[in-house]
Write a protein that binds this ligand. Structure first.
Ligand code: CAO
Length: 445
């Protein structure tokens, strides 16, 4: 038997990140990958997993402690853990489609949550938003406790922001993951106070209907998964705060499909399988170069155009939706993209994505083509400004000027942030993309 000193693994540039949950105590038995503690940076929440099965000897952290890479978490006496040992817990780090970059404070821009352990949905970032630089970290001020005694959940930068404005966080309703209070929530509270609580027509919503479902028939109550809990509030924020419009288009991929199949035959022995998604990624990079406004983020009054091409892709996993990011897609060929897609998708399915795997996306793709459907409205992954939905290709009769010919047609659905992208630009983008998919040689231009 050996004793393992578990330390916080590489967590990107994050330092002094607060511990928000401790899952184990001395004497507990754990399986490999069971979460020991959960830490939460400005942009992400993720678990530090047990490196091996065994018995917890010592837990070196408590809620509120701040950690960086290398901080000791616990010691484990390695050995076989009973099958029951916390086996149902999720593996870590398990990024949810949260936001990585938070929306900047003074604007109503959506922040994405969970996708990064930043994932899909963090609150607004901003000056001094780094946990290290912000004072008053995890310990909420006593006056900021809620009626039930639970402290409001907010990042250090949001606490600082609230203190500066004299806002008691106990009076603010959080819209982030697990009810976390975001900078936008503090601003909304101030705005409502300044306008005498007057509400606009937008979000004066009726309460959610309360229904006793069992009155109508038998039901099963199934708790939401961890990733769903993280990504839900982010999806909701993105949906209600970004004015979405979806532009539908199609691409003739008949020739591309012949090429794809030939490529797969050639590489059958290499274990690389190229799906149309790899080509769509390559084509998106080429189209984004032509229309850089879609490879961008809204930041206050400015549009930040990214000169790098990190493409997120929605992956369906047993634990829920996650959005791994394939970096530098512009510098990779289709075969390398296909290989990396396979690796990232497998990591996503196994709950093994790390923070770096889900951060930094500039544009996302959601492909449901392997499943079916003809069109859908994907939700933008804030703070990106557009996302491409891909549905299942089908052979259709297409008029070629003289006759109907059978052509393989791929449906495309581009959702875009109408504050940044207007309809004409969106139509130009999908037209460009469709042209490239129709003749991939255009990706070289
Ligand atoms: N049209 C027709 N067939 C398609 C297709 C399309 N647009 N896209 C994929 N296919 C085919 C593939 O060629 C493959 O066929 P074979 O099994 O015959 O080789 C099959 O469908 C399955 O493909 P795949 O899904 O394994 O691979 P992918 O590269 O297309 O996608 C991934 C990878 C990870 C994106 C996908 O598995 C996935 O998780 N998709 C769901 C994404 C999602 O949930 N989006 C919604 C987000 S909002 O809730």
């Amino acid at each position: 038997m050996s004793t393992l000193d578990v330390k916080v693994p590489g967590i990107g540039d994050f330092k002094d990140v607060p511990v928000i949950e401790v899952h184990v105590k001395p004497g507990d038995t754990v399986n490999a990958e069971d979460p020991l503690v959960t830490i939460e940076s400005e942009k992400a929440t993720f678990d530090v997993p047990a490196p091996a099965a065994g018995t917890i000897r010592e837990v070196k952290l408590k809620v509120g402690d701040k950690v960086s890479e290398g901080t000791s978490v616990a010691t484990i006496e390695a050995g076989e853990a009973p099958a029951s040992a916390k086996a149902a817990k999720p593996a870590a780090p398990s990024p949810a489609p949260a936001a990585e970059e938070e929306p900047s404070p003074p604007r109503a821009a959506p922040a994405r949550a969970a996708a990064e352990p930043e994932a899909p949905a963090p609150p607004a970032s901003g000056e001094g938003a780094s946990p290290a630089s912000a004072p008053a970290a995890a310990e909420p001020a006593p006056e900021a406790r809620r009626a039930g005694g639970a402290p409001p959940h907010a990042s250090p930068s949001v606490r600082k922001f609230a203190r500066e404005l004299g806002v008691d966080l106990g009076t603010v309703t959080g819209s982030g993951p697990k009810g976390r209070i975001l900078q936008d929530d503090v601003q909304r509270t101030v705005k409502e106070a300044m306008t005498g609580g007057a509400r606009g027509p937008g979000l004066s919503l009726l309460p959610w209907p309360k229904v006793d479902f069992e009155k109508f028939g038998p039901v099963e109550r199934r708790p939401l998964g961890r990733i769903q809990k993280l990504s839900g509030p982010n999806l909701q924020r993105n949906w209600v705060t970004i004015p979405h419009v979806t532009q539908h288009d199609e691409a003739d991929v008949t020739d591309l499909e012949d090429f794809r199949q030939a490529l797969n035959r050639e590489h059958a022995k290499d274990g690389v399988k190229v799906t149309i998604l790899a080509f769509v990624m390559k084509a998106c990079v080429a189209a984004l170069k032509v229309h850089p406004e879609l490879n961008a983020s809204l930041d206050g009054d400015a549009l930040v155009l990214k000169r790098y091409f990190h493409l997120g892709f929605a992956a369906d996993t047993p634990n829920g939706l996650v959005v791994p990011v394939l970096r530098d897609a512009d510098r990779k060929g289709v075969l390398d993209i296909a290989r990396e897609l396979g690796v990232l998708a497998a990591k996503a399915r196994d709950g093994k994505l790390g923070p770096a795997d889900v951060q930094g996306g500039t544009f996302s793709i959601s492909s449901l083509g392997g499943i079916g459907g003809t069109a859908f409205t994907p939700i933008i992954n804030a703070p990106e400004v557009a996302i491409l939905g891909v549905s299942r290709s089908a052979t259709r009769p297409v008029w070629n000027g003289e006759a109907f010919a059978p052509r393989l047609v791929l449906p495309l659905s581009l959702s875009y942030d109408h504050r940044v992208v207007d309809g004409a630009l969106a139509a130009r983008f999908t037209t460009t993309l469709s042209g490239i998919l129709g003749d991939m040689r255009r990706a070289m231009l």
